[in-house]
Design a protein around this ligand. Structure first.
Ligand code: ADP
Ligand code: MG
Length: 409
């Protein structure tokens, strides 16, 4: 309820990519660089010990600089990641509400919102690049200083005849083999920053405990008769905002009951308590005499069909959406379910019939058609307990009557 879809998408896509990049290239880079560093050091020391020691004096400085900058860069990359998640979330929101935006002619408002998120993102990115620039140019400066020192000392040594021209030439050529792994290792630290900040954010996400947990002693719900009891059930989404207060209900197997009440009265909430999308704050809900908190979630939900008030259709064909109720059903069963939901004839009139694409969230269908497809989906599941949350609100009386008769059947 409290997390934005765009945020989750950003974490799953971007953060995981950074982690896999690190896992893929990191070990290889470290291995090759260390081998080159040790190998070139050993080789250089056979040519001239003093020059090599001069060169190595710089290594602690380079290391110190890299580590000092690491922290700042890591913070900057983390901020950048957070801001891009914000952009993604805003964009997701604006795109899915596009019709509302257009009908209220709020394109400028949406544009502004997008711009604001982008400005924030750019700010963070500029900062990240600034730190990166300081980091790479600082390192370049230090390694070039190392080069100059070796060149100067080598020239001096040759002048005094400590080293001959051939050795100095070989030395200067091989010093680049020595610098290459240093650069490689510093490039690795940057990849490490990105990968680890992605990893930290991903761990944060994975450490969130679901509020609904199955008890270790949970038993499966089998051979359901459908006796549902609510005993003194109270429920609140947030403290001090109670929705249900001391509700008692006894629904015998095979009975159909209707809940009538004002909008915002808690009807949908009650529907969501039975499949345990939320846990009751007080009291208990029993199915066939067993507290639903002692049942395996999978088996509980397997036995409950819920047609929700805000119908959700998946992107795909009509058939895919009905099949969602029971993916192993045959074509004949799908057609039977569609007939019962009084949508078969409409589907047969479409050019591609059951394979017709419904668009994202079913935008290509009318409200009533979407409702009937979601009812067909529930019919195909054919569960012992069926909950309809204003499932026929968008249907005309005749269609509603046909569906009620199918329900009775
Ligand atoms: P009904 O279906 O009877 O119209 P609901 O069960 O949807 O009513 O809502 C009952 C109350 O619970 C409303 O006051 C609503 O604001 C609140 N509510 C519904 N869903 C949530 C939620 N996910 N988080 C917080 N409050 C909610
Ligand atoms: Mg409702």
């Amino acid at each position: 309820d409290n997390t934005r879809v765009g945020h989750l998408m950003s974490r799953i896509v971007n953060d995981l990519r950074d982690i896999s990049e690190l896992a893929h290239h990191g070990p290889e880079d470290v291995f090759i660089a260390s081998l080159m560093l040790i190998g070139s050091f050993l080789y250089l020391i056979t040519i001239n010990v003093q020059l090599t020691l001069i060169a190595f004096v710089f290594v602690p400085f380079i290391g110190w600089y890299a580590i000092r900058m690491r922290h700042r860069m890591s913070e900057a990359f983390r901020l950048e990641r957070e801001r891009i998640a914000e952009v993604n979330a805003d964009l997701e929101n604006s795109l899915s509400g596009m019709r509302v935006a257009k009908s209220y002619t709020n394109e400028d408002y949406e544009m502004n919102r997008f711009d604001n998120a982008n400005v924030n993102f750019r700010e963070a990115r500029v900062r990240a690049f600034k730190h990166m620039a300081e980091y790479t140019s600082g390192l370049d400066f230090l390694t070039n200083l190392l080069n100059v020192a070796v060149l100067g000392a080598g020239g001096l040594y040759m002048y005094y005849g400590i080293i001959d021209l051939a050795d100095l030439t070989a030395y200067l050529m091989f010093i680049s083999f020595f610098l290459q792994p240093i650069r490689r290792l510093t490039a690795f630290t940057q990849q490490y920053q990105q990968g680890m900040s992605g990893f930290r954010r991903f761990v944060e996400l994975m450490e969130i405990n679901p509020e609904i947990v199955e008890s270790p002693q949970a038993v499966p719900l089998a051979e359901v008769k459908g006796h549902i009891q609510l005993n003194n059930v109270s429920f609140e989404y947030h403290e001090r905002a109670p929705v249900l207060h001391d509700v008692n209900l006894d629904i015998e197997p095979g009975k159909t009951i209707a809940l009538v009440g004002p909008s915002g009265g808690g009807k949908t909430t009650l529907c969501h308590l039975i499949p345990r999308f939320y846990d009751v704050t007080k009291g208990e809900i029993l199915i066939d005499g067993k507290d639903i908190r002692d049942l395996e979630l999978y088996s509980l939900r397997k036995n409950i069909g819920l047609v929700q008030q805000d119908v959700f259709l998946f992107t795909g064909s009509i058939k895919d959406n009905i099949l969602y109720g029971n993916p192993t059903a045959s074509d004949a069963e799908v057609i039977e379910a569609a007939k019962n939901a009084d949508i078969h004839e409409y589907i047969m009139g479409l050019p591609e019939q059951y394979d017709t694409y419904v668009g994202e969230r079913g935008v290509m269908l009318s409200g009533g058609q979407k409702q009937r497809i979601s009812i067909a989906r529930a019919f195909l599941k054919n569960p012992p307990v069926l909950i309809l949350d204003e499932a026929t609100s968008a249907l005309d009386n005749v269609t509603e009557y046909i569906i009620q008769k199918s329900l009775d059947k």
